[in-house]
Design a protein around this ligand. Structure first.
Ligand SMILES: [Mg+2]
Length: 120
């Protein structure tokens, strides 16, 4: 469960899964990035033609939630695999990116607004 597992453990799980299948040969940075985007598109397809309210209801629906979780897991798989395969520390990367975003979106300017930083 999320509360106790570490990113290192998840990376090892993904590495073992791919290692057993001899998939390193297929997992270039480009193809893993394509994997992230195609799985993100499959996640998006779960909400196609739904209003915002219907999408919120779908994620709460026991039957519709499973395919949404599956596609989200597919996205996570490729994120973890890209990071694991090419030694990207996700904690460092996220920490740095949040620092950059905090500069772009200071709370005093960005709170409660959905504007791009160039528009703030
Ligand atoms: Mg998928």
């Amino acid at each position: 469960v999320d509360e106790t597992v570490t990113l290192a453990e998840l990376k090892k799980r993904v590495q073992a899964f791919c290692g057993e299948r001899d998939w390193d040969q297929f997992h270039s940075p480009k193809d893993l990035a394509i994997g992230i985007v195609t799985e993100a598109a499959e996640l998006l397809a779960q909400f196609r033609f739904l209003t915002d309210e219907e999408a919120v209801r779908a994620i709460a629906d026991s039957e519709k939630r499973a395919p949404i979780e599956n596609e989200l897991a597919d996205v996570l798989f490729f994120v973890l695999r890209l990071a694991q395969r090419f030694a990207i520390d996700l904690d460092d990367a996220l920490r740095r990116k949040l620092e950059i975003n905090a500069e772009k979106y200071p709370v005093a300017k960005a709170r409660g607004k959905n504007l791009k930083y160039t528009e703030l």
